[in-house]
Design a protein around this ligand. Structure first.
Ligand SMILES: Cc1cc2nc3c(=O)[nH]c(=O)nc-3n(C[C@H](O)[C@H](O)[C@H](O)COP(=O)(O)O)c2cc1C
Ligand SMILES: Nc1ncnc2c1ncn2[C@@H]1O[C@H](COP(=O)(O)OP(=O)(O)O)[C@@H](O)[C@H]1O
Length: 330
């Protein structure tokens, strides 16, 4: 997949293209469906499929306080976009200039002049241009003028819930990892590196691998069945995300006790991927380290049963169906 980080990086001969524009945070089921559609249409038209996305997320500039934390920071987002099979991603720096660009100017500069768009595919809640003043109907009209077709999709529902990045965020922030997985089309995971703990666990409870401080979206505080990938190796784990009230002073950490541990070479820069599979319980203050250790052993037993059952089920579940309806302009 080609990655362009500014319009001048796009070769003048690039295109024609089939494009979708969006933040693609989470690269959730509906995004994946849209990406598969632009790939399919690009193939039919002998064109290139292109996602256009923004960095940072526009809300970071528009309302810095209260901007949502990212489900997928840019590195993971690009990795998932690459895995979807599209030909290129254009990452536009979301700065003051882009923020103030009108819808028609954006269409002329990006879709017509830089990408030579033949088709543009969007969800029906698509907004663009200064103050999000332009919408799907405007894109259709601009497409008529500038020679590209626009295909608008109605929302996709899973378990009666409209798939959107906000709904995925809500599911993760409430610890509902099963719903997050259904909406994402994969379990929620984060990428980080190791950090040192306080060495309390090894002495009083269980040894853990602590994650370096992580600024983007994390599940609600609590104890989770997880899997941790260390470099290329994967381990089953139980993970606590929270302030560890049993040991006094609040100090937030995400730490994992690996169930099938064997010694690994952990350097400060070793890549870790932690996948949250299922929430077991809330974090609590225990009267003693022994009481907490007893509880952790129960968490471990539950996690082992859960992972065993999940493995059995995974080998017997049929693939799910998708259900988008398309409205086509031309
Ligand atoms: C599976 C698991 C569950 C945990 N549950 C709790 C809990 O409910 N309450 C709590 O105070 N700490 C909990 N902890 C965190 C321990 O207190 C923590 O591992 C200990 O403070 C060691 O900290 P350190 O890594 O800084 O040495 C849990 C840890 C694990 C691995
Ligand atoms: N089952 C296990 N899960 C995670 N880490 C383990 C396990 N067994 C041994 N370790 C090792 O213990 C180290 C953590 O020990 P320690 O620093 O005492 O943990 P904590 O800071 O959580 O008390 C890890 O770096 C890891 O190499």
């Amino acid at each position: 997949m080609d990655i362009f980080r500014a319009l001048p990086e796009i070769p003048s001969s690039f295109g024609p293209t089939v494009v979708s524009i969006g933040n693609f945070d989470g690269v959730h089921c509906a995004h994946q469906w849209l990406l598969a559609e632009i790939s399919r249409r690009a193939h039919e038209l002998s064109a290139k499929s292109v996602a256009v996305t923004f960095d940072p997320h526009p809300s970071r500039l528009l309302r810095p306080i209260g901007a949502p934390k990212l489900i997928t920071p840019m590195t993971e987002r690009l990795e998932l976009l690459r895995a979807s099979g599209i030909d290129a991603t254009l990452v536009l720096p979301f700065n003051d200039e882009l923020c103030k660009m009108s819808g028609p100017d954006f269409v002329a500069a990006v879709l017509r002049d830089a990408l030579h768009a033949a088709e543009v595919h969007e969800g029906d809640n698509f907004r663009f241009g200064y103050r999000a003043q332009s919408q799907a109907a405007d894109l259709i009209a601009l497409g008529h003028d500038q020679g590209f077709r626009v295909q608008i999709f109605s929302p996709r529902y899973i378990r009666g819930i409209q798939v959107s990045s906000s709904r995925v965020r809500e599911a993760i922030q409430s610890g509902n990892m099963t719903l997050a997985r259904a909406l994402l089309g994969r379990p929620f995971s984060i990428h980080s590196t190791p950090a040192s703990g306080r060495a309390i666990g090894r002495r009083l409870t269980v040894p853990t691998i602590n994650l370096a401080p992580y600024d983007e979206l994390l599940p609600a505080d609590g104890v989770y069945v997880t899997r941790m990938k260390i470099g290329e190796e994967e381990f089953d784990a139980v993970t606590n995300a929270g302030t560890r009230p049993t040991f006094g002073e609040d100090s937030y950490a995400v730490e994992s006790y690996l169930l099938n541990f064997h010694p690994v070479n952990l350097l400060p820069e070793t890549p870790l991927e932690l996948t949250f599979i299922h929430r077991l319980r809330e974090e609590r203050k225990f009267p003693s380290p022994e009481a907490l250790k007893h509880q952790i052993m129960q968490d471990v037993a539950k996690a082992q049963r859960y992972l065993h059952l999940a493995d059995l089920l995974q080998n017997s579940t049929p693939p799910s169906r998708t259900g988008f309806r398309a409205r086509i302009s031309s």
